[in-house]
Ligand binder design. Sequence first.
Ligand code: ATP
Length: 360
Amino acid sequence: MTTDRSNSAIRLAVMAGDGIGPEITAATLAVLQAADRAFGLNLAFEDAPIGLAALRAHGSTVPDESFARAQAADGVVMGPVDTASYPEGARNPSAWMRTRLELFANIRPARSRLGLQPRCGKPVDLVIVRENTEGFYADRSMFVGNGEMMPTPDLAIAIRKITREGSTRIAESAFRLAMQRRKHVTAVHKANVLRISDGLFLECTRAVAARYPQVKYEERIMDAMAALLVRDASQFDVIVATNMFGDILSDEAAEISGSLGLAASINAGTDHALAQAQHGSAPDIAGKDLANPSSLIGSAAMLLAWLGERRGDDGLARASAGIERALDEVIAKPEWRTADLGGPLGTKAFGEKVAAALKA
Ligand code: ATP
C-alpha cells in the first residue's frame, strides 16, 4: 500500500542513554535518516534526554518532559542505560518506559548474519519472546512498593510475580509471531520447582497453544534449555519465557549467533513500541568509538516493521527489510566489521557504511 505521508510525519522520540548509548544512537540515526530519504518515510526525530546527562541537565534520569515526548511519539529509540551508576532513588529509564507504556513483550531475535560464523554450532534464526512487566523483576513489578525486601539484616526476600493476564498475552504474542515464521513455539519454565507460578504460566501458554493447532508446541525446563541452545540453537524458532529466564537466554542466544553487539530488540505493547539493544551500556568501551551499533540499528528496523504492521504501511515494512539487508551486506565483509567481530571499523564509520548500503 502506498501511503501519503506529506502532512503527517512519523514522530520518533530519541533517548540516547548512557555509556555507549550516545555513540550507537548517533549511528542508528544516520541509518534511519538514510532510510527516510531512500523510502520517503517522513520521519521526524525528537530528542528526549534520559540517563546521567539528563540528571545533570534536568535533575532526573527520566525527566517528565522526556517521558511525555516519548508517550506522545509514534515510536521510541532508546540507547542502553547505566543504572548501576545512578544515585539511590533515581528512575530506571528501562523500567520506567516498560511499565508506564505497558510494553509487555520484549521481542529478542538471535540471527546469524551472512558470512559470520556462529560462536558455536549451526547458524541460528530464533526469536525469544520475553515477558517484560512481571516475573522476577521485583523492583518494578508491584503497583505500590517493591517486591524485594529485607525484614531483618540477615533475611532477604524477592517476590516473583506471575499473572494469568501477563502469561496469556505474552503467549499470544509468541504464537502470532510463530505464525509468520516456522510455526514452532517452545515455552521455557521451571515448573518442576516453581510449581504454582510456572504452573500458571504453563497453564496459560497451553491454553493459547490449543488455539493455534498449526503451531508445534513444546516445553523445556530452563536449565536444560540453556544447554540445548549451546548444543544446537538452530532447532528453535520462537521461544516464550517469563521475564528473567527470557533475559538470560536471550544474551546466550545473541552471543551464540555471533555477538551481543548484534542483538536487536523491541519492547512492544498494544499502543507503544520502543527499540532497544539487548545489551547494556558497556562502560568499558564507552566514548572510544568501539561499540558495534548493529544492535540498535536492528532494533530501529524492528520498530519500523512494528509501525508498518500497525499502520498497514508497506513503505515502513520495506524500509525495515532494507535496513536488515544493508546490515547483512556490511557485516558480511570482514574489513567493514567493528572490533567485537574482529574488524577495523569504529561505531560511526560502521553506521555510515550501513547508511550508504541502503537501497529502496
Ligand atoms: P547490563 O547489566 O546493563 O546488561 P553489563 O555491563 O553487564 O550491563 P553489557 O553492557 O551488555 O553488560 O556489556 C557486556 C560486555 O559486552 C562488555 O564487555 C561490553 O563491552 C560488550 N558489549 C556490549 N555491547 C556491545 C556493543 N554494542 N559492541 C561491542 N561490545 C559490546
